[in-house]
Design a protein around this ligand. Structure first.
Ligand SMILES: [Zn+2]
Length: 231
């Protein structure tokens, strides 16, 4: 089944279980924005952690684990804290990095590339890790940004349940917005544990996604970027 058919089915609310498996295993993304409910941030972090811990305890109980065991007793709370404060903290707009721009004093007009930014994300279809590297580049429109801010933008969008295509586009869109230019490139090469640990169980393969805007749509500019990142 192709992605278009799945999307039209989704929009028409005719999603049956087979379709959901196809969406999950084929990792079909359906929108640029992370799908979230309007009341997503009504609960405080503490309230969310309490609920998640109770629910995760129930999952462990259902699996037959003995939660009175010292080793397992703290796991529900540990998982809840990890979800809210670490691996999914990018769901909360309060955690979005503030991006201060500076004047491009050196009048540097060439491409700036930030290579090998660690990507630590989570597949939204299986809740298993996606991990790899992002390479991003931009050509200044007259303003520049602190280098670590580029890393922080990648990290913010990675720390959500994600599909890699959406992650790539979200990072590119944010860069365009904060840098006030369309001349941005984002390239992500990442491994998906849902491909290695389950399903087809293939190790060693990785997924490459990229998004180019403005001058990076020009073949020569893009070739310079790809050569610099060694791809
Ligand atoms: Zn997956």
């Amino acid at each position: 089944m192709n992605a278009e058919k799945i999307m039209s089915k989704r929009n028409g609310h005719h999603v049956n279980e087979t379709t959901l498996h196809v969406i999950g295993d084929d990792h079909v993304g359906t929108a640029y924005d992370t799908p979230m409910r309007e009341d997503a941030h009504d609960l405080s972090d503490e309230e969310k952690m309490d609920k998640i811990a109770a629910n995760f305890r129930e999952i462990m109980n259902t699996l037959g684990l003995d939660l009175t065991d010292d080793s397992l007793n703290g796991t529900p709370r540990r998982v809840a804290k990890m979800f809210v404060k670490e691996i999914f903290k990018g769901l909360h707009p309060d955690n979005k990095p503030a991006s201060t721009l500076f004047d491009n004093k050196y009048q540097y007009k060439q491409m700036l590339i930030e290579k090998s930014i660690p990507v630590q994300s989570t597949c939204e279809h299986h809740f298993l890790p996606i991990y790899g590297k992002a390479h991003i580049a931009y050509i200044s429109s007259g303003k520049v940004i602190g280098l670590s801010k580029l890393n922080r933008i990648v990290d913010y969008y990675a720390r959500r349940p994600q599909v890699q295509e959406r992650l790539t586009i979200q990072i590119a869109n944010e860069l365009k917005k904060v840098l006030k230019t369309n001349d941005v490139a984002v390239y992500i090469d990442a491994k998906h544990m849902c491909v290695s640990a389950r399903g087809i169980e293939h190790h060693g393969c990785s997924t490459v996604t990229s998004e180019y805007g403005g001058k990076f749509l020009n073949e020569n500019t893009r070739a310079e970027f790809l050569a610099a990142i060694g791809s």
